[in-house]
Design a protein around this ligand. Structure first.
Ligand code: SIN
Length: 307
């Protein structure tokens, strides 16, 4: 299915436009043959975004949850500027993997230079929603391909609205109204024991990522739909029920939320920019063979406290 969106009110905008106001583009939003995701054609992110284009991208993001912008030859500054149109940016707790002069950008990479990792090489190795361990988890993330491996390196996205909609009634009833703890530290030591990318955290960093509590089922603040909001990476326990029940329930939810029929698998192309909604999807980095290089830049936009 292809939906072509001609810019509405184009003539009026052109008449009223001042020299400084960017003109709207002819955008095409092409949904994937997948449970979520769409390609956005006809937009150059190195150019300032018009109000009309912003509205269309915003709408498409709410409708499709993952947007792919192809062949975006943009600078880190343009990446940050585009991301900021959607809200304030968050700074990752691992400051050692910030891009120089751009603290809002986290380098996601398995590359080592002079024996030292240049980025977070094991980001996303468990299903998660970015920064769900914060009081205000990420609204969305934007990941821009810098260097891609010849094989592997895919990113998988799972639709958590559909996960909720298709949850068996008994499970829906069991989890409705429950709250769960999320913590950045949940898998940190496990990852640290088998990878060179996890430095020992300072007390200041540990204090920055104190455990938080969020509803197991959240309501999307913009589209009003319910979504499962637990993840293998950051959710440690469900509150107010016995530990063994919490473990069993989370196990069932993790399994259900990553079922193949919920997933879009993104195979990266050079200069792709992928913008996903952390309020409605979880994601997973499928992994890259050790001998191949992969580098991407990521920004995360602050969202609301889940309800
Ligand atoms: C992430 O979890 O943000 C990184 C995903 C990836 O590297 O594919």
């Amino acid at each position: 299915m292809t939906a072509t969106l001609a810019p509405s009110g184009q003539a009026a905008t052109a008449t009223a436009a001042t020299a400084a106001a960017p003109s709207p583009s002819v955008l095409e939003i092409r949904p994937f043959d997948a449970p979520l995701g769409a390609e956005v054609l006809g937009l150059d992110l190195s150019q300032p975004l018009s109000t009309a284009d912003f509205s269309r991208i915003h709408r498409a993001h709410l409708d499709h949850h993952v947007l792919v912008f192809r062949d975006q030859r943009i600078t880190p500054r343009q990446h940050v500027d585009f991301s900021r149109r959607f809200g304030p940016l968050q700074i990752h707790v691992l400051k050692n993997f910030q891009l120089q002069n751009h603290p809002e950008i986290l380098i996601v990479s398995n590359i080592k230079e002079n024996g030292e990792p240049i980025g977070l090489g094991d980001a996303g190795h468990f299903w998660h929603s970015d920064l769900s361990y914060k009081d205000k988890p990420s609204l969305g993330s934007l990941l821009h391909a810098q260097e891609l491996p010849a094989e592997g390196g895919d990113t998988l996205f799972a639709n958590q609205h559909t996960a909720w909609d298709t949850l068996p009634l008994a499970l829906k009833t069991a989890v409705q109204g429950l709250r769960a703890e999320h913590t950045y530290l949940a898998k940190y030591e496990e990852l640290r024991s088998r990878s060179p990318w996890r430095p020992k955290l300072t007390q200041e960093q540990v204090d920055e990522v104190k455990p938080v509590v969020h509803p197991v089922v959240r309501t999307h603040p913009e589209n009003g739909r319910k979504a499962l909001f637990v993840s293998e990476h950051f959710t440690t326990r469900i509150l107010d029920i016995p530990e063994d029940e919490s473990k069993a329930l989370l196990g069932e939810l993790f399994e259900h939320s990553a079922r193949p029929e919920l997933i879009y698998r993104h195979q990266w192309q050079p200069h792709d920019m992928v913008f996903w909604d952390n309020r409605s999807v979880t994601h997973l980095a499928a992994g890259t063979p050790d001998h191949l290089r992969r580098k991407l830049y990521r920004t995360t936009i602050e969202g609301d406290a889940p309800f």
